[in-house]
Design a protein around this ligand. Sequence first.
Ligand code: SF4
Ligand code: SF4
Length: 408
Amino acid sequence: MALSFSCAASLLTHPGNHGKNQQFRGKIQTLVEESGIPSISSSSPPYESLRRGNWVKLICGASFEDVIDIRNLSLVYALAGVDCIDCAADSSVVNAVNEGIEAAREIVPLRKPWVMISINDDEDLHFRKAEFDPEECPADCSRPCEMVCPANAISLKKGGVIKERCYGCGRCFPICPYDNIRGHSYIRDASSTCQLLEQDVVDAIEIHTRARHVDPFYKLWNILAESISHVKLVAVSFPDVGDSTVSAMHMMYSIMKAHLHCYNLWQLDGRPMSGDIGRGATREAIAFALHMAAVSNRPHGFLQLAGGTNSHTIDSLKKVGLFQKMSAAGYSNGRMSAANAAGLPQALIGGVAYGGYARKIVGRVLNKMQSQHGISHIEDYPEYLLEALIEATNLVGPVKCYKLPTHL
Ligand code: SF4
Ligand code: SF4
């Protein structure tokens, strides 16, 4: 199919080197046209990716609130073809995601990924911020906290923890030789989440739960229930709690069922917020997938991996025979899709969500751009956009089964 390609005004008009920008713009066009990115070459809705097993979600971070980075990340990963972008349940963050997507759509007429917000029913690792008082830090401390933070969220010069950048990974807690750093947990306000849903600025919601006690889940769902009709997908993110995992899923499903008139998804959270650490981080997500694949009586809903996912995850899924493995029976949706109604098979594992690793590989490019040009929109610097897009497509491509052209 021939692709039309309209350029963002900023790509054309940036006052920098016009000829150089045009050259990079041409390369971005070539990458997009020749890769066969499904969201650009077809109009299949995002839930079709879940059915086929090639769904990709970008996790901006339930607590990450740096709107400049979030806008740029959303732009880059929308171009790379993700199906969904998951972010904090905060209106300025949601606006940043939507702006990034629209900026991507001005560059290439792509199918809009769904926007998802994440909330929690109780204390949860994803919903906390580090804090310390820099006044209490000895002057001769070598500041290992600054070095260990994957989000560049600690700067003694800037007053300690940069709140909007901290996403609660906890790596700085044990590294401080003076035990100065504490975690502050919070629960997202359910009423303001309802208001956000009712504004129709998001397509999906994810509830993080520890899946050990259903009371908090029940209370939260009761507050959300009337607003749930505004979304197309409800996800529940939870860890593997062994033998009681499936019964917890059934209990949560029975709580949701009466108001669940949309698709639903179970996010299997292997090893939270660890994908950027390395190959081993993905093991727990794969083990969780194997656990779920062996269970025949789980409740309706797509399954999707998260927690420790990175560039090794797809190879690991292939090794255990679960990558895009189709199941004849249409497990699945609170709402029957045309595909289910037509009896089409459905992937056992609907797809993968990438968080810390996805942010790290594109974040390196964003950091370079910012150190050279200050806080910027990445589309104003097409050479950086191209570099970031290559990183993003290298991660998303193996799930979507598209390939980068080799001559860029
Ligand atoms: S290391 Fe993790 S918890 Fe500590 S400041 Fe950085 S992002 Fe926050
Ligand atoms: S490691 Fe601890 S004492 Fe040292 S600068 Fe960081 S917070 Fe302060």
